[in-house]
Write a protein that binds this ligand. Sequence first.
Ligand SMILES: Cc1cc2nc3c(=O)[nH]c(=O)nc-3n(C[C@H](O)[C@H](O)[C@H](O)COP(=O)(O)OP(=O)(O)OC[C@H]3O[C@@H](n4cnc5c(N)ncnc54)[C@H](O)[C@@H]3O)c2cc1C
Length: 293
Amino acid sequence: MARFEGYYQAEVVAAGRVTPNMMRVRFGGSELDRWISSGDPDERLTIAFPCPGQRTPPRPRIAGGAWHFDGCAEPEQRSYTVRRVGNGTLDVDFVVHEGGFASDWATRAEPGDIVGLSEAGGWYRRPPDAASVFLIGDATALPAIGRIVEELPVHVRAHAVIEVASEDDVQELPSAADLTTTWLTGSGMGRAPSGLPDAVRDLTMPGGGAYVWAAAETSATRAIRKHLRHDRGLPNSAMSVIGYWRAEKEAWLQRYEPAKPAMRRRRAALEATGLTGQDLVEAWDQEMERAGL
Ligand SMILES: Cc1cc2nc3c(=O)[nH]c(=O)nc-3n(C[C@H](O)[C@H](O)[C@H](O)COP(=O)(O)OP(=O)(O)OC[C@H]3O[C@@H](n4cnc5c(N)ncnc54)[C@H](O)[C@@H]3O)c2cc1C
């Protein structure tokens, strides 16, 4: 998913708060005419931000499916979800949090600011015969959940469990489907342990035909994935569980950097076994846990 072929410069055309801890930035510009949506309702893209003192991020060379920047030091890049796309513009909702480069950029964003965007792709794969859908996520997954429920057909039953920083961060979620929601406030979001794993354990799921999409902080999604696979016995095709961010990322990176070469070898060895999907993700999680990561 981190591999891409395209790079599109986009310009901020509007920016404002959706709720106290969520900024919405609307991007436009002539290069967006060439940008093609993957059509996945959870489609994510990479945003490259300008280096300090510069107005635009440097244009990368694309080689081996990755961006290689010449000139200024490699710009900061982060993953975000396309909340809405159409009419030559694209909206991204940024969670506002302490000490985040992208979060700080979004709170200061003004018309005319420039970023680089990759093309997009997502993981949401509801089997056509799944009559009920469970959507689990923290505020970083709210843009995807909002778009997923907007696009759900009328006959589907959906339940969303969403963790946000405060009651004022709860959003209206229009949907044609039969949608119920549970909002968790005061847990997770880097301020406290996430309440999502316990909330998922408490869910009543119908015997067959349920699909679960979950995205949140990585330790929460690890716990959710284990529970769905081992306690509930859900098959791979019935779930997409994705880690979106890491709490205390700086401390994690300090532990990860020295282990990086060995972890890369282990990753290649795992991929060579032919594991795919959530099987591969869980096997990788186990490797990471064994390495204290
Ligand atoms: C596929 C995908 C889609 C995503 N879509 C969205 C989206 O639509 N909207 C969105 O807001 N995020 C989304 N994210 C998550 C986002 O990429 C991360 O939260 C990212 O780390 C934010 O970058 P930053 O520069 O603000 O913070 P960083 O510089 O990465 O981190 C700085 C500090 O903040 C902490 N931190 C990071 N994110 C959060 C957070 N959300 N809350 C509290 N503390 C945090 C880190 O642990 C670190 O200590 C998505 C991630 C993925 C993988």
